[in-house]
Design a binder for this molecule. Structure first.
Ligand SMILES: [Zn+2]
Length: 414
């Protein structure tokens, strides 16, 4: 799985000859001919990319074409090996001119298989996967057992499981017939003790940043006993609950339940953030809309959550010297005075900064109001008064650890 450092490396990579190749492979649902179809698709994509490179023509382009061609051919060979096992997607980032090749397993949630060659790697599919993914803990609990899992990029890992030791002794005493009332009380007390320990354990994990959000798997009958013991701090970070039996719950069941709860939460969070950003922007508060203002806030380090229309298209220029992005198509950088160049896709060009600044990122789909205000917006952590008046301003405030919900951090330790 991909780490935060690896994503950073991809975000920073640049090939001046525009030979940075990006390949995303999304397996089709298992069908008889799936693998064959996948292989044909990749070959078609490869042919298109090579044709586009060739059409640029010119002697100077020749060497560049050779380098990209070597990578494309390697991708085609690789795709033959990606025997549609159906489970995993793959991302490949390559540039043989710079001796660069990185391959990662990804959850099979990409929008499709694609291949492209450009100055930078194509990061939007990665950003879509990771942009708003907190480190997620899943806790299964009953009256005397608990298990803790991590869910990262579709991969479920069990971290810890424990029985409450007192309780095991309590249960094995077996004097219920002789002193039923006492034993029952004792079991209830011990269950309560156990729930308390588990609640403390979760609080500790959240405070230490082991996970940022959590989901609980618990039987209906146990939930009313557990929930009063949860500190408000951990209740706020609970995304949802599913019904599960601690010892018998299978991995696939746990994973799919947790992913469903997470997807619902994420959808709602995206909607809420859009509403808040727009309303804050209207009232001149902690929100901005439109490419120009968003770029300005991005460079000023003000953004908490970035919202980009899934079909966002915008024009901008990028300074060849300092990297400043400007929605005005100026030839000279207003920050450092060097030449600018046009960026093909500004939605893509801002991703390296988004990744560097560890911002929460949502792609917004089918929201007419959001579209009307420019199809791009941001919720700010603060609004620096200077950016309203004076431009340029290049202050990027460093983030204190734990200050932000670390979206890309989610992938970091996976
Ligand atoms: Zn500049």
């Amino acid at each position: 799985m991909i780490t935060r450092e690896q994503i950073q490396e991809l975000a920073q990579f640049e090939d001046p000859k525009s030979c940075a190749l990006t390949f995303y492979f999304q397996p089709t649902t298992p069908r008889n001919k799936a693998h064959k179809e996948e292989a044909i698709l990749v070959k078609d994509l490869a042919r298109d990319v090579l044709r586009r490179l060739e059409s640029k023509g010119g002697e100077a382009e020749k060497a560049k074409y050779e380098s990209a061609r070597a990578d494309v051919e390697r991708i085609v060979r690789l795709s033959q090996e990606l025997r549609g096992n159906g489970a995993r997607a793959r991302g490949v980032f390559a540039c043989s001119a710079q001796n660069f090749w990185r391959e990662f397993d990804l959850p099979a949630q990409l929008s499709g298989t694609q291949l492209s060659v450009n100055r930078h790697f194509h990061l939007k599919p990665l950003a879509q996967l990771l942009g708003a993914v907190p480190r997620l803990g899943i806790v299964l609990v009953d009256r005397h057992r608990a298990r803790l899992f991590d869910l990262r990029l579709g991969e479920l890992t069990e971290r810890e499981g424990f029985f409450h030791p007192l309780l095991r002794r309590g249960r094995s005493d077996g004097f219920a017939g002789y002193d039923g009332g006492h034993a029952e009380r004792r079991v209830a007390d011990e269950a309560r003790q156990h729930f308390k320990v588990v609640a403390e354990f979760i609080k500790d994990g959240l405070e230490k940043g082991v996970f940022e959000k959590w989901i609980v798997g618990c039987q209906e009958t146990h939930w009313p006993q557990f929930v009063p013991l949860l500190h408000p701090y951990i209740s706020q970070r609970l995304l949802g609950r599913f019904n599960a039996e601690v010892t018998h719950a299978g991995r696939e069941e746990i994973r799919s339940q947790a992913e469903r709860i997470f997807a619902d939460w994420q959808k709602k969070r995206c909607e809420d953030t859009v509403r808040e950003a727009l309303s804050q922007a209207r009232s001149g508060g902690r929100g901005v809309t439109g490419l120009r203002r968003v770029l300005r806030s991005l460079e000023a380090g003000e953004i908490q959550t970035l919202l980009i229309g899934d079909d966002f298209v915008g024009q901008a220029v990028e300074c060849s010297g300092c990297g400043h992005l400007d929605a005005h198509l100026v030839h000279i950088c207003p920050v450092c005075g060097r030449d600018t160049r046009k960026v093909v896709d500004v939605g893509e060009a801002i991703l390296p900064r988004v990744i560097r600044q560890n911002l929460e990122l949502f792609y917004v789909k089918g929201d007419p109001e959001f579209d009307r205000v420019g199809n791009i917006a941001a919720l700010l952590r603060f609004r620096s008064p200077k950016t309203e008046k004076a431009w340029p301003m290049m202050v990027v405030r460093p983030h204190a650890p734990g200050e932000l919900m670390g979206k890309y951090r989610g992938a970091a330790r996976g």
